[in-house]
Each structure stands twice: as C-alpha cells, then as structure tokens.
Design a binder for this molecule. Structure first.
Ligand code: FBP
Length: 252
C-alpha cells in the first residue's frame, strides 16, 4: 500500500525539527528560552520546515488550536522513555494513532531499540501502530536506534541493519544515526530500500560546519533529509543554521 509522504515532505525532501528531548533527556538540554515549546514551534513555522516532532502533551498544549497548526505539520512521537532507567532499553507506547490524529498529527513516530533484549515488546507495539496508521493512510516514522547489552557499539553495519529492520517492519521513513562517511550511509539507505531515510542529528557537533558536512554527505548518499533537534535549537542562531540546512536539503 502506497502511503503518501506529501504532507511531511517538500518536493520529496524533509527537515524535521525534533523536540521530544524533555522526555528523553530532561530539561538540561534546554536554555531559558527554548525550554518553552512555543519558541520551537515559531522557529519551525517561520523556517518552513517539513514538520515539527513533539510528544503528545506538548502537542496538545502548544500545537492544537494554535495559529501554527496550519503553518507547520506535526509528527507525534507515540512512545518515549526517560534517561533514568539504565537497563535494557524499552520505550513504551504512551499515545495512540487516534489520539495523535485528534491533536492534528500528519504522521506518527516510534522508537525501536533494535537489538535490545526487550525488542520484542517494541516490535509488537510497532506492528500494531503500523497496521492502524496505514489503515488510516498515516505515515509512520521509525526512530531505529540499535541499543542494549547486545549492541556494544553502533557500527555502520549495525546502523544499516537497523535501517533494514525499518523496511521489514513497514516504516515509511527511518531515522538513523550518521554512520561516519558517504559509503556506509549509502549502504544504510540501500538497506532501507523503498523506506525513506533521514539522518538523526545527535548531540551538538563541534562546529556548525561539521554538522552541515554530515547533512551534505547523507543527502549525497540518498537520504531525503534530516530529523534534527539539538544541532538547531542549541545553536547560537537557530534560524541561521536552519537556513543553511534548507539550502542543502531543499535545494538538493
Ligand atoms: P537530536 O537531533 O537532538 O539528536 O534529536 C534526535 C532525537 O532522536 C530526538 O528525537 C530524541 O529525543 C533524541 O534524539 C534521543 O537521543 P538519544 O536517545 O540518542 O539520547
């Protein structure tokens, strides 16, 4: 079944502004300014990114009914976890597809810790979400993060494997970490087949140019774009770096 990505892409390209870090990392990721989700929403809308990524609570309180609803599409993350628990990673579902649609989501996202000893629980939840989302023709973005005691280090092979798992499970887009170079990222993109690939931003890069080079590399490797949080809103001038990312991704 062909699921249209038109609502969350621009001419096939994608820049997603990720802002679910309050759940995943806690407020230490934020400054006094960007701790306010309204700041991120305005940034996303003004820049014309392809979508903003929120957890349900932030989406309900800041996106739904706001003047940004018509300006920037929303991807709601359906699962999440805090950083307190250090054993085998499992990110439980905390929002349904139906709830996400009621808040105005154009797509839904779900993190799978590929390789975790608790992977089967996430596979089950993901499979049910995939069924419902696709029945309703809603795109599903898989945060495919290899993690757990069986994954001592995320190598390019493991990233490519995770991308492939996304294809096998029916994700429309997979969000994967940068593998380090063009060749290995291309392999991950090829592994994902007809499932589109976006690069996950990661912690703030040493320099802005380092990050922009990663963006250039993944676009050259066949990715449709990026899903980035900290490298944008932790930058001194988030608008400026977003403009530079747009130059690379939207004009590819
Ligand atoms: P960043 O660009 O800031 O890395 O955001 C991408 C993201 O996947 C977020 O959606 C999520 O909150 C965070 O990274 C999870 O980071 P991790 O699990 O690697 O600590």
């Amino acid at each position: 079944m062909e699921i249209s990505l038109d609502k969350i892409t621009k001419n096939g390209w994608a820049i997603y502004l990720a802002y679910d870090h309050g759940m995943e990392h806690g407020p230490t990721d934020f400054t006094d300014e960007n701790i306010n989700p309204a700041v991120i929403l305005k940034l996303a809308a003004d820049a014309g990114v392809s979508a903003v990524v929120f957890q349900k609570g932030v989406a309900e309180k800041y996106y739904k009914g706001s003047r940004y609803e018509k300006k920037v599409p929303l991807i709601v993350k359906l699962n999440g976890k805090t950083s307190f628990i250090k054993d085998e990673p499992y990110s439980p579902q905390i929002c349904t597809v139906e709830e996400a649609l009621k808040i105005g989501a154009s797509a839904v996202g779900y993190t799978v810790y590929v390789g975790s000893q608790r992977q089967d629980m996430m596979f089950k939840e993901f499979a049910a979400i995939e069924k419902e989302a696709h029945q309703r023709r809603v795109p599903l973005v898989g945060w495919m993060y290899p993690r757990g005691s069986a994954v001592s280090k995320e190598t390019p092979e493991i990233t490519a494997y995770a991308a492939r798992v996304g294809l096998e499970m029916g994700a429309d887009i997979v969000k994967i970490k940068f593998t380090g170079d063009l060749g290995t990222f291309r392999w991950a993109v090829e592994s994902a087949g007809k499932t589109k690939v976006v690069m996950s931003g990661g912690p703030k890069a040493e320099t802005e140019e380092d990050f922009l080079n990663q963006v250039r590399t993944v676009i050259d490797a066949g990715a449709i774009g990026v899903a980035v949080g900290r490298n944008v809103w932790q930058a001194k001038k988030p608008q400026d770096i977003l403009e530079k990312i747009k130059e690379i991704v939207f004009k590819a």
